[in-house]
Design a protein around this ligand. Structure first.
Ligand code: C5P
Length: 409
């Protein structure tokens, strides 16, 4: 998806081994549709050459405030006025200290100081040794940077080039891209707390086997990401899936429907929106064998008995906060036919203001989908598109239905 189409990003590199990751970040930004202008400090050019960054960005790199290519000889003004965002990756401890002091004795710091502060966000991805990161001076500088309106991205934990292990690694390029894309999404859910369920449940038969389904969790994870991009605090309660947690989302993993219910009830106490996308098993085995159920060679097959699982969505929708309108509940329906009819009936049955219908076989495991929104006013289709795009559209639809945003009659 060209999430950054039409955006002009100034990518600033300062001195650090993590500069090798900035080459990949530059590629990802370009692939996402951004125009990338690289600016490097003298120290950064010790780690990666401007030639590499020019080749990847498709534009000559700026290295000096005395660059005579600019007709007015003011690259710090021109570069910062063109930018939709300035991303410093990697940002060294020294460079962060210099930003905090408002220093401006070389092009990159000069440009950051000269940027129109209300219009051009400054995103800072620190990279340094763990002791440098933990030092009170660095931590003090980061707090000040935050207070001055910059956004600090990271850091990661793990093996460091110096051979030590700990905090201070620059975030991976894909993580930085996710943060940069999020920066540009409208903050329609600012101040909201969204709880999302996603994926299948797993109902154990014995310690080895269980009953589950084909839900990939992709739609729910895309919704969690979109809600966080829109400024919400997001809790994602996931069944067994193989997906990365979206950045900035708090994730709880569960297996069974009963465990999912307990996690949801807990999280929903402080939530303002609940979106149930999980494909919860309708039934679970009445008994869970404590040891593996074995074949004993007599050709007998085991007889299984089932009990009904709790309906998580219906239960939350009956809670006092949902009935008062403080908690807005959204359900999903995966059908194989007669989508409108089934979706309408399900919305009524679950007692929820908004139900999202989709055709199961056309969505399971796919990267795109189409959705049908059913509420008291009627039916609206969101045509086939990547799940993340649909998730963003759904988030905007939910935001418009929240009490403070509803048009007054
Ligand atoms: O009842 P049905 O499974 O068709 O309803 C689908 C909707 O209800 C989805 O939003 C799903 O997440 C939710 N659900 C639930 N708990 C169940 C069954 C479904 O939350 N036990």
């Amino acid at each position: 998806m060209q999430d950054l189409a039409g955006k002009h990003i100034v990518l600033g590199l300062t001195g650090g081994v993590a500069c090798y990751k900035s080459a990949e970040l530059c590629r990802l930004l370009v692939k996402a549709g951004a125009q990338v202008q690289v600016v490097m400090t003298e120290a950064a050019a010790q780690f990666i050459t401007p030639v590499t960054m020019q080749a990847l960005s498709g534009r000559p790199v700026y290295l000096s405030q005395w660059d005579a290519r600019e007709p007015n000889n003011m690259p710090h003004i021109n570069l910062s006025r063109e930018a939709d965002a300035i991303v410093l990756a990697p940002a060294s401890a020294d460079f962060i200290a210099r930003l905090v002091q408002g220093r401006s004795d070389e092009l990159l710091s000069l440009m950051c100081l000269a940027r129109p502060i209300d219009r051009v966000p400054l995103l800072v991805a620190p990279a340094m040794n763990r002791e440098m990161w933990a030092h009170p001076a660095t931590q003090r500088n980061l707090r000040q940077l935050d207070a001055d309106g910059a956004r600090v991205l990271g850091v990661g934990t793990g093996w460091q080039a110096c051979g030590e292990t700990g905090d201070g690694r620059m975030l991976e390029p894909a993580q930085l891209l996710e943060e940069i894309v999020a920066q540009f999404q409208p903050k329609v859910l600012a101040g909201q707390h969204v709880v999302v369920t996603a994926g299948p449940t797993f109902e154990a038969l014995d310690p080895i086997r269980g009953i589950t389904n084909h839900s990939s969790g992709k739609m729910g994870f895309a919704i969690a990401r979109a809600a966080r991009e829109a400024g919400a605090q997001v809790t994602l309660i996931a069944g067994p899936v193989h997906l990365e947690t979206p950045r900035g989302v708090q994730r709880t993993d569960v297996l069974s429907a009963e465990k999912m219910l307990a996690a949801v009830v807990d999280a929903a106490q402080a939530a303002t929106v609940f979106i149930a996308t999980a494909a919860v098993a309708d039934w679970r085995p009445a008994e869970q064998a404590s040891q593996k159920i074995k074949k004993n060679g007599d050709g007998q097959t085991p007889v299984l008995h089932f009990v009904e699982n709790p309906d998580i969505l219906a239960q939350v929708a009956r809670s006092e906060r949902a009935r008062q309108g403080t908690l807005f509940c959204v359900g999903f329906a995966a059908e194989s036919e007669n989508l409108v009819e089934h979706a309408r009936a399900k919305r009524e049955r679950k007692g929820i203001p908004l139900l999202v219908g989709n055709i199961g076989p056309l969505t399971f495991g796919q990267d795109d989908n189409s959705l049908l929104l059913v509420d008291a006013q009627g039916v609206r289709e969101l045509p086939r598109a990547p799940k993340l795009q649909l998730a963003r559209e759904l988030v905007a639809e939910i935001a418009a239905r929240l009490p403070r945003n509803r048009p007054t009659p």
